[in-house]
Each structure stands twice: as C-alpha cells, then as structure tokens.
Design a protein around this ligand. Structure first.
Ligand SMILES: *Cc1c(COP(=O)(O)O)cnc(C)c1O
Length: 402
C-alpha cells in the first residue's frame, strides 16, 4: 500500500481492494436472503452475494431504488434526502431482512427514512455531544482522561436513521478523510502518553479494506502506551459477509483488541450474523454490544431481554444501552428516560447479570456518558442500617455502621 503522504480520499479507501478474494469460509445464505436475491438480484452468484464489496456496490441508496423492493408509504416516499441529515444506504443483505415486512417492522424503521426526520424539534442539535469542539485533530475526540475516540471514516454500509454522528456521516468533508488526517491522529495519540485506550469508530471502521485496517491497527499497536484497541461496528449485523477468515486473521494480530457491536433487534440474529459473531469470538476478541433504545423498535422489556439473550448465545456481552441522542429529527425515535430505567429494572435479578447492560445518557454538550440506575438504596434507618430494596420489591437491612 502506498501510504506515507499520499492523500487518498475515502471513496478510494472503500473501493481499492476489489481484487480481494471473496473469502474462503463463505456463509450459508439464509432463507430470507435467498428468496430476496432470487427476485431482485436474479443474476447474482452465491459468491457475489457473499462478497462484501459486492454488497456495498449494490446497496440501496435512493428512495427510487427502495421503492422497487418495498411498497413505500407516502411518509417514506416523500422524504427529500437532500434535506435529510443522514444519507440513505442499505445493503442488499439487510434489505433482505425487511423487504417483505410491514411499515412498523423494527428493521425497516431503523434504516428506511421517514418525513419526521426533516423536522427539527426543541432541544435537538446536529452535534449534541459537542464532538466537533472536542476534536483536537480532525479524527480524534478526546473527552475522557485516558482514552480517545478515533473517527477513522465517515462511511457506513448501512446508515441508521437515528445516527448520533449525523454531523459526520452527512458531511462531504468528513466523508473524504485523507491519509494525512489519519497520520495527524496517530501523531496526536503518540504524543499523548495518557491515552491507553483507542476506540476506533466512524462511520464504520470495518467497511475499510483489509489493508487499510491492518495499516491503521499496526500504527496504533506500535504506540507503546496504547494498551487496548477497540473497534465500534455494526458490520456483523448489516454486512456479516465482511467478517471473512482473512479479516479475522488480521484482527487477531492486534490483541488486546475488543469489539463493540451495534445490535438493535432480535430479528438481526440470522445464521450469517451469528456466524460472524462466532468467528470474531473464536479469534479471542471480547465482544460487547451497544444498543440504542428506540421507540417502537426495542423499547419493551420483552424485546430488549430477548435481544440480550440472543447476544449471550453468540458470546456478545451487552455493554451499553444508550438513550437516543437528540439529533435533528429524532423525536419519533426517542423514549422518556424512565422507559430505559424500567427496562433495566425488569431485568436485574430476573435474568443473568451478564444480560444486563449499563443504561447511559450521553450528556448533551459533551458531558460524557452518565449511568441511569433504578434506585435500590433507600437510605438509612435510625440504627444506621442501610435500607435496600431487592429485585422483587422487598426491603432488606444491611448493618452499615462499622
Ligand atoms: C463512549 C465514548 C468513549 C468510550 O467510553 P467507555 O465508557 O470507556 O466505553 C470514549 N470517548 C468518547 C468521546 C465516547 O463518546
């Protein structure tokens, strides 16, 4: 790879490695995808369907192309994508999970735009977390003392309508990150001894080619004070074909490497997606999940609990449940905070502790993630016993007076 100072735009990053083999361990195509591919991509071969670059090249990026596979309602059809904050892109694989589904289908709602997103409501901002002002170099957000967020690309294979990085994924100048931006970010980390944890995100870092990713990971790994590297990605859920044996072999050279998966709904657990998670887990990569709490999509104790149980079955530990950030046009996705607390309370004690994530609100203005917890500590009695409420609502005393 010609690295040092060549300024390469992101489009080149995505498309440069078309010659990569489709992957030795190809995926067994699930039944939903089979039916979809037979109807809408009759000329595609199994090898093409299983090739992640083919998936990206054949993604749905316009309302017109979506209307071929979905009977769109007016409020979906009349979205002006130019005015929308988030671009449209859905992989054929992910489209195959929602193409014959009704309007309210959770996967459809998370990626097919609605006119509601064109309205900016009270309290909503394009960069609610103030990431741009914590942007010390173009790709770095340094908010916490010992770790940084490295926004390595503005590209995703599928865009979530509630994306918190609307300031990034929608902006042409951010999409076209250059190699020099990466080098500035790497220099920043190298010159900040306190940074022991680098969280690679974007955009979706796993949409980069194997060679780009390997280059970036080796540069980060070469910094002595960087102890752990994390990757944040939705790829296993929206483009599981990307998790090739070749990619996994690269990733496992950079341990300790952690991956946070963005998983939204139990319907995302197809055979392909589970296989992708297991390949990563088998490579010794600890997997966590980050889920955004979304109205009508995963905001009931039943759906959310099922989601976490599906995760644990493929060795993904629920890490964070996020309150939806107040990006412009997000009102139809947002629930009250009390809903998230209710969900956590419905799980603690009733199911495996491993299934219960930390529920957090990322404070608007850049305050960082703040945990929201049910209140089990009810103060002290006159003898200074701590009054504790258990999961069933019974009160217990702990002698808190040593
Ligand atoms: C979420 C986040 C991190 C990582 O936070 P953890 O609680 O360590 O997972 C780091 N930097 C920024 C800016 C973040 O938003």
């Amino acid at each position: 790879m010609g690295t040092e100072s060549a300024d390469v735009s992101l489009e080149t990053l995505i498309n440069e490695d078309n010659s990569e083999p489709p992957g030795l361990g190809s995926f067994t195509i699930g039944s939903a995808s089979r039916a979809f591919a037979a109807t809408y991509f009759p000329n595609a071969t199994t090898a093409q369907w299983n090739n992640w670059q083919w998936q990206i090249r054949n993604s749905f990026t316009s309302i017109r192309s979506l209307s071929r596979i979905l009977s769109l309602r007016d409020e979906e059809k009349w979205v002006q994508l130019n005015d929308s904050k988030v671009p449209l892109r859905i992989t054929p694989y992910y489209a195959s999970l929602l193409f014959d589904k009704e309007f309210d289908n959770p996967l459809r709602r998370s990626v097919v735009p609605l006119m509601d997103e064109l309205l900016t409501n009270r309290g909503e901002k394009a960069d609610p977390l103030n990431e741009l002002s914590h942007n010390t170099t173009r790709c770095i957000v340094h908010r916490y003392p010992d770790r940084v967020l490295f926004l390595g690309t503005g590209f995703c294979s599928t865009y979530c309508r509630y994306c918190t990085r609307t300031h990034m994924v929608s902006k042409a100048e951010k999409k076209h990150l250059k190699i020099s931006d990466w080098h500035n970010a790497i220099d920043y980390i190298a010159s900040h001894q306190e940074v022991r944890d680098v969280l690679l995100s974007g955009g979706d870092p796993l949409t980069m080619s194997d060679s780009r990713l390997k280059y970036l990971l080796s540069r980060l790994r070469a910094i002595p004070h960087v102890e752990i590297i994390r990757i944040g990605t939705k790829v296993p859920a929206v483009l599981p074909q990307r998790i090739t044996p070749e990619l996994v072999n690269i990733l496992k050279q950079f341990h300790p490497l952690y991956i946070s998966l963005h998983i939204t709904h139990p319907d995302e657990f197809t055979a392909e997606m589970k296989e992708a998670c297991l390949r990563l887990a088998d490579a010794g990569i600890p997997l966590g999940s980050q889920t955004v709490l979304l109205k009508g999509i995963n905001d009931t104790p039943e759906v959310y609990k099922k989601l976490t149980h599906e995760m644990l079955k493929v060795r993904v530990r629920p890490y964070y449940l996020y309150q939806c950030d107040p990006i412009p046009g997000s009102a139809h996705f947002r629930t009250p905070i009390s809903k998230g607390i209710e969900i956590i309370k419905s799980m603690r004690g009733f199911t495996s502790g491993y299934a219960v994530p930390q529920y957090v609100v990322d404070a608007p203005g850049g305050g960082g993630k703040i945990p929201m917890l049910p209140d089990y500590f009810k103060g002290h009695d006159e003898q200074h016993n701590a009054m504790l409420e258990n999961f069933e609502g019974n009160l217990f005393k702990y002698p808190d007076y040593l």
